[in-house]
Design a protein around this ligand. Structure first.
Ligand code: ADP
Ligand code: MG
Length: 237
């Protein structure tokens, strides 16, 4: 435990919460300690990722341990992989049964970019990673729609739930990315509709952000239970 704390200090990782899993020393621990498939690790190596970034070192083991998490780390510090990697590992293999994970992004541009990143990490793994596009929302009934990871803005997802019967009741992972922006943009109602539609009692929610204003943290606490808080550097810079 003392060793974990020293390691965190060295990487500017600040945590709070109960029983926080040890930070990752290396990506190889994903396979030795968490059974990560070789293909995923190979993808990271091929992308030139040699070492996990500080947010990845701590948020990945937290999510792999099934804990909810709210995380704050600067822009460009690798938050996407910090939530996509544990989701891909936990989902294990592709399945057509339901929508299994949802990532909410504040804008279409960010949703598109996140979809692209996810696909890079999952290259060659058969996972179906889908962007909630305009065509999808405009099209037919979505009650049978399934994919492994669905990425969307809150508005499009809310429309798909309300108007096209999109079923989120079996979602296992919900990520609110850039949550400071999500909340600032007045998207609370839409986010609330999505959070409610993700009614699986064993869902693991997480929130990632570049800043963590008090009001975001307060909102986060209303939707998460027993969450681990991970801050890299300082909270609002
Ligand atoms: P954030 O969401 O924190 O702003 P991103 O997830 O968009 O950051 O990552 C920023 C850039 O860093 C991306 O180009 C990504 O591919 C790259 N990156 C992520 N993790 C690593 C890593 N461990 N090593 C090297 N580059 C990384
Ligand atoms: Mg990001």
């Amino acid at each position: 435990l003392e060793r974990d704390n020293l390691f965190r200090k060295g990487h500017n990782i600040h945590v709070s919460g109960k029983n926080i899993p040890s930070p990752l020393g290396d990506f190889s621990e994903l396979s030795s300690s968490y059974g990560c498939k070789a293909k995923l690790l190979r993808n990271l190596a091929e992308l030139g990722f040699k070492e996990p970034t500080p947010i990845q070192r701590q948020a990945i083991p937290v999510l792999l341990s099934g804990r909810e998490c709210f995380a704050c780390a600067p822009t460009g510090s690798g938050k996407t992989l910090a939530f996509v990697c544990p989701i891909l590992m936990k989902l294990k293999r592709a399945s057509k049964d339901s929508i299994r994970a949802v990532i909410l992004c504040p804008t279409r541009e960010l949703a598109t970019q996140t979809t692209r990143e996810c696909k890079k990490f999952a290259e060659g793994c058969k996972f179906r990673i889908k962007l909630m596009s305009k065509q999808l929302v405009k099209g037919a009934d979505l009650s049978k729609f399934s994919c492994d990871i669905l990425i969307s803005t809150p508005l499009r997802l809310k429309l798909a739930i309300r108007k096209k019967k999109l079923d989120l009741s079996r979602v296992e992972y919900l990520v609110l990315d850039e949550s400071d922006k999500l909340f600032e943009l007045g998207l609370l109602k839409q986010i609330d509709a999505v959070v409610k539609a993700c009614s699986n009692p064993s869902i693991v929610r997480s929130l990632f952000s570049a800043t963590l204003p008090d009001f975001v943290e307060e909102l986060a606490r209303t939707i998460m239970h027993d969450a681990v808080r991970v801050i890299i550097g300082r909270k609002n810079t």
